[in-house]
Design a protein around this ligand. Structure first.
Ligand code: PRP
Ligand code: URA
Length: 208
């Protein structure tokens, strides 16, 4: 089973309180989601493989390490886009692929409308990014798409998860580590996360 990491840090708690607040407007919501993405990037990259290299400094030779593989961030559209900017602040060389999914309001099944990935993705360390892990349908679908293309090194990065979504992702993709800023109580009848933060895509893009 992959690991489940829930961030426990005062800065994270503070920023979560901002995005959860229904009074927070588009500008602050978007900025804070991006900041949380940046904070999470440090921890989710902790296990990235490195290679040893010697670097000539002005006064000698330093034994250093550099990242061994490319990093590819795959946001699930739309809401995943909100975290990309923050993560690329820490990993500026990361490539970005996209999976477009929307959750059908009645069936709650994910529908795919877009997929485009950099050619290096099969050899890369891939971060699947989506703020909300509700039923887990979207996350599982996006990871299925990547695995069908031959991607093997995948972690999932989200802001708020529900126990139902975590259980489904762990069951369908036991090899994938899960990183969340918070694990909430449950899903409501419409499969929204409680207490959650509402519809993340709508709050990021001001569409409601
Ligand atoms: C939201 C969210 C996830 C999905 C989570 O996207 O960003 O992708 O729902 O729900 P699930 O775990 O039950 O699949 P939505 O379908 O609302 O699309 P959007 O990002 O375009 O708003
Ligand atoms: N999608 C969201 O944006 N919010 C939820 O709570 C569940 C799915």
């Amino acid at each position: 089973m992959g690991k489940l990491v829930i961030f426990n840090h005062p800065l994270m708690h503070h920023k979560l309180s901002i995005i959860r607040d229904e009074k927070t407007g588009t500008k602050d919501f978007r900025e804070t989601v991006s900041e949380i993405g940046m904070l999470m990037a440090y921890e989710i990259t902790r296990d990235l493989p490195t290679v040893k290299i010697d670097v000539k400094t002005p006064v000698g030779v330093a034994h250093c390490e550099q990242l061994k593989k490319e990093v590819v961030i795959v946001p699930i559209l739309r809401a995943g886009l909100g975290m990309v900017d923050g993560i690329t602040k820490l990993i500026p060389t990361a490539k970005v692929g996209h999976v477009g999914l929307y959750r059908d309001e009645k069936t709650l099944e994910p529908h795919e409308y877009y997929a485009k990935f950099p050619p290096c993705i099969t050899e890369a360390s891939v971060l699947v990014v989506d703020p909300m892990l509700a039923t887990g349908g979207s996350a599982c679908h996006a990871i299925d798409v990547l695995k069908r293309r031959g991607v093997t090194d995948i972690v999932y990065v989200g802001l708020v998860g529900a126990p139902e979504g975590v259980a489904r992702l762990q069951k369908e993709h036991p090899d994938v580590d899960i990183f969340l800023a918070a694990l909430d109580e449950k899903l409501n009848d419409a499969c929204y996360i409680v207490p959650g933060l509402g519809d993340c895509g709508d709050r990021l893009f001001g569409t409601k």
